[in-house]
Ligand binder design. Structure first.
Ligand SMILES: Nc1ncnc2c1ncn2[C@@H]1O[C@H](COP(=O)(O)OP(=O)(O)OP(=O)(O)O)[C@@H](O)[C@H]1O
Length: 386
């Protein structure tokens, strides 16, 4: 059962002013969770291939990954909208895997999640509360609508809503019953830029206030970084890395994660290991050299070298670094992006330098990064070489 006792006894409102410390019973644990879609009794697609995640009470996790990697399927299994092929889902120490959606204590924020068409939004939001005889259901709807800036929507019917409005209603619907766990699929994607920022902030405040254990699917990295305590980066039905935004950004588990997380994108270039030991020297293109802190690379092996534009620093002509000719220089106020043609490399690389860096198109320049920010990956399977 959702904890309706959180409701303010004075106003009956959704407890905007109360604070709820996350209870230990609100952790969400996925153990070897699997989903194989079936058609006419035959397996057609293995969408989720064994996910293990322990999400702490009150924690907000962003699930990031390319289209088709299994994010929505994972959320739908947690919400009870999709059957589970294998593994378990627990809130606290209680398995919810075989419970119907209404008995799970999971608030579901999917835009497409059904609203009753004949009822207006106020009635839709209050419906479940009134059925459960929650006192002051209307006041609670009003307070939440105000916080999500959707008061003007309460009198409308679902069919009359734009997609941005539907998203706010979906969010309100997920929050109204004070669930233990919230699952939100792209909750802000259809809002315009300013509404998005405000609703994102409000969502974060509500999530903190009430201690909802939350998983949010988003395509938007900035959104993920600003909302999430931890990121789960997913590809091909598998969690590739689960960690704080800093851990994922600074210490990527593999080439996929390094490539997927970060804007502008990491530079990935081929290199040949010259020496390895207490550190590694890699030769790149015709005469460039980078030094990495990796200690287990094999001399002579071809590897993928990752260097983030944000980590690039100017390098003297005779110092290790990527050296070449600046093709494009973009001064973007906060920083300058330099696109550099490095002899022997098939594609240019990009460096993010301090704004106003004295570089112009056609200049011969070089840049490098600290050795612990030069990542090496196995050329065949993308695993990190440490
Ligand atoms: N009912 C179904 N039957 C068969 N395959 C399905 C079914 N639903 C989803 N899939 C497949 O499972 C894979 C994962 O789908 P899912 O919707 O979970 O991905 P996603 O990561 O949420 O993608 P997106 O970001 O595009 O929403 C996809 O390849 C999809 O085509």
């Amino acid at each position: 059962m959702a904890d309706e006792t959180l409701t303010s006894p004075r106003t009956g409102a959704h407890p905007a002013a109360a604070t709820a410390a996350p209870s230990a019973g609100n952790s969400l644990t996925l153990t070897d969770l699997r989903k194989t879609y079936m058609t006419r009794g035959r397996p057609t697609f293995e969408a989720v291939k064994g996910i293990d995640m322990q999400i702490e009470p009150g924690e907000l996790v962003a699930l990031l990954g390319p289209s088709g990697c299994g994010k929505t399927t994972t959320l739908r299994m947690i919400a009870g909208l999709e059957t589970v092929t294998g593994g378990d889902i627990r809130i606290g120490d209680r398995s919810i895997r075989d419970l119907p959606p209404g008995k799970r204590d999971v608030g579901v924020g999917f835009e497409s999640y059904a609203l009753y068409p004949p009822l207006n939004i106020r009635e839709n939001l209050a419906y479940g509360l009134k059925a459960r005889k929650v006192p002051d259901a209307d006041a609670r709807v009003d307070a939440l609508a105000q916080r999500l800036e959707m008061t003007e929507l309460l009198k409308l019917r679902p069919a009359g809503l734009s997609s941005g409005q539907k998203q706010r209603v979906a969010l309100a619907r997920a929050l109204i019953r004070n669930p233990k766990v919230l699952v939100l699929d792209e909750p802000l994607s259809h809002l315009d830029a300013s509404a998005r920022q405000r609703v994102r902030r409000e969502l974060k405040v509500l999530q903190r206030e009430f201690g909802y254990t939350t998983i949010v699917v988003t395509h938007d990295q900035l959104e993920a970084l600003s909302l999430a305590d931890r990121l789960a980066v997913m590809d091909q039905g598998i969690i590739q890395q689960f960690g704080t935004p800093d851990e994922v950004f600074d210490d990527p588990a593999n080439q996929f994660v390094a490539d997927f997380v970060g804007e502008p994108k990491i530079n990935l270039v081929e290199g040949v290991v010259e020496r390895s030991g207490s550190g590694t020297t890699v030769r790149i293109g015709d005469g460039s050299v980078l030094q990495s802190r990796a200690t287990t690379a094999t001399p002579g092996a071809t590897v993928m070298v990752g260097i983030r534009p944000q980590d690039c620093r100017a390098a003297e002509a005779d110092a290790p670094g990527l050296h070449g000719e600046a093709l494009v220089v973009e001064d973007l106020q906060e920083f300058t992006l330099v696109t550099l043609a490095v002899p022997g490399l098939p594609a240019p690389v990009v460096a993010q330098l301090p704004s106003g860096s004295p570089v112009g198109p056609g200049d011969r320049i070089g840049f490098s990064a600290a050795a612990d920010r030069v990542y090496l990956f196995d050329q065949k399977d993308g695993t990190r070489i440490r």
